[in-house]
Ligand binder design. Structure first.
Ligand code: SF4
Ligand code: SF4
Length: 456
């Protein structure tokens, strides 16, 4: 192939991206930072791991920030570069390339030419039936690996490989694994690109995010000549207008995995894979010309100017993402060392006309990786003492403990003859013997009866 043409092809970058995405998605569940995963949503341990920080379910106040950030990132990416995710990093596209191009075409020769994706194999031939069966069998194994990979983001590999040795105790794991595997086989082998066109929710919302400056796969109708009229009706195969450069070879149409003709203009079905651009680069390159299909914006084709990356919409998304990301960092830095919920019980109990008791239920959770003994103290009032529990209690790593707590005072704290006195409490709970302090502060209240109640 002529060097100049080779240089302008996108396929090499595309395959590199596929490789990077596959390695990243496959390896990420095995990477740990401070004993935690980069991303893990464990229903088993009721934890979310994010960039090496573990959050318990009670700490999921970060979830809205994460979701907002994720949606803003999708809006930004789509406004800037259209369906770039679909063509360059989406696992469905990678799976289709692996199955259709590598397995069916390159290895088994079931499809005759990579350049023609419109031509389905002749399944009336016995050899093709055998090749298809082999391709599906290999894909079943690969689907099982891919489904396991997906599961590792919900059941970490260290648990996954232990659980699969006890299938009867982990039935749901097997049901999900089997479900994902069957779904992958159905989508990749039978549904094919129809998934991208009709089923993927992302393709439904993207069109509202596009504008004229969005980068996408664009046919240069000024050079190539109009092939479709304004209503989308095909006028001719090769434009019959003076100086039109399109040869009408339809190499761009035949290679398109979603079976569209990009010369018609922007279409929802286009996944931005740029295979048509590569096909046209080869055809036009032989004529010493540049491709008629490029990755640019419709506006830049219109006015022959550079693509406008920085515009009101994209800057707006960048600012919004920066604000949400900062809020996320601030919120995650407030992550507590342990969890404690305090619930007051009945009003108060008076004993021997002098001692007043208040009871509470403290719900502790040890979110650390080690087991500790825990206890607590009333920080701001030396007159209020702990009756129960009388000594520290042990909580295993990740476990919860419900403690019935009774606080009392023998000092007269009444401030009113008729009304109860509400005494604010600052309670500090802590782990005993930890290297770094593990503690939380909570506010509560101690209710002292009116003086007349004590004198009865
Ligand atoms: S590959 Fe290029 S020259 Fe051939 S039909 Fe498509 S746009 Fe025209
Ligand atoms: S039109 Fe081109 S970029 Fe769009 S899906 Fe078809 S081959 Fe890929």
């Amino acid at each position: 192939m002529i060097d100049g043409i080779k240089k302008n092809l996108y396929f090499r970058q595309r395959y590199i991206m596929y490789g990077i995405t596959t390695i990243l998605l496959f390896c990420m569940p095995f990477i740990k930072i401070n004993g935690n995963h980069i991303f893990l949503l464990s229903f088993d341990h009721k934890q979310l791991h994010l960039l090496g920080v573990a959050f318990d379910m009670q700490e999921l106040y970060l979830m809205p920030f994460l979701l907002i950030l994720m949606f803003l990132a999708i809006f930004f990416m789509t406004t800037l570069a259209g369906r770039v995710w679909c063509g360059w990093a989406c696992p469905q596209t990678i799976f289709r390339v692996l199955y259709r191009d590598l397995l069916e075409t390159k290895i088994l020769g079931l499809r005759k030419r990579m350049e023609n994706r419109q031509l389905e194999p002749d399944m009336s031939l016995a050899t093709n039936k055998i090749k298809k069966a082999i391709a599906v069998l290999i894909w079943v194994v690969l689907s099982l690996v891919a489904a396991s990979n997906l599961m590792w983001y919900f059941v970490p590999p260290e648990d996954f490989f232990r659980y699969i040795q006890n299938p009867l105790e982990h039935k749901y794991l097997f049901i999900f694994l089997l479900g994902f595997t069957i779904a992958l086989i159905a989508i990749v082998v039978f549904i094919k690109e129809n998934f991208c066109i009709y089923m993927c929710p992302y393709s439904r919302v993207q069109s509202v995010l596009y504008d004229n400056d969005t980068i996408m796969t664009v046919y240069d109708y000024k050079r190539g000549g109009e092939v479709f009229d304004a209503k989308g009706i095909k006028l001719w195969k090769k434009p019959e207008v003076p100086n039109a450069e399109c040869t009408g070879c339809e190499a761009c149409v035949k290679i398109c995995p979603t079976h569209i003709d990009i010369r018609k203009g922007m279409q929802l079905e286009c996944i931005n894979c740029l295979e048509c651009s590569d096909a046209c680069t080869k055809v036009m390159g032989k004529l010493g010309k540049n491709t008629l299909i490029s990755w640019t914006s419709p506006q830049s084709i219109e006015d022959r100017q550079k693509v406008r990356y920085m515009r009101f919409k994209t800057i707006g998304y960048i600012v919004a993402m920066a604000v949400v990301f900062t809020a996320l960092l601030i919120m995650s830095s407030k992550k507590e060392d342990m969890l404690l919920n305090i619930n007051r019980q009945e009003l108060y109990t008076i004993r021997d006309n002098a001692r007043v008791e208040n009871s509470y239920v403290f719900l502790f959770q040890n979110t650390q990786k080690e087991t500790y003994d825990f206890y607590f103290e009333v920080e701001n009032n030396a007159d209020i003492k702990i009756k129960r529990p009388s000594k520290p209690f042990r909580i295993e790593s990740g476990e919860k403990s419900k403690q019935v707590v009774v606080l009392y005072t023998e000092v007269n704290l009444a401030q009113d003859e008729q009304k109860d006195t509400h005494i604010p409490l600052n309670i500090k709970a802590y782990a005993i013997g930890s290297e770094k302090p593990i503690e939380v502060l909570r506010k509560s209240v101690f209710i002292y009866p009116p003086s007349r109640a004590l004198h009865k």
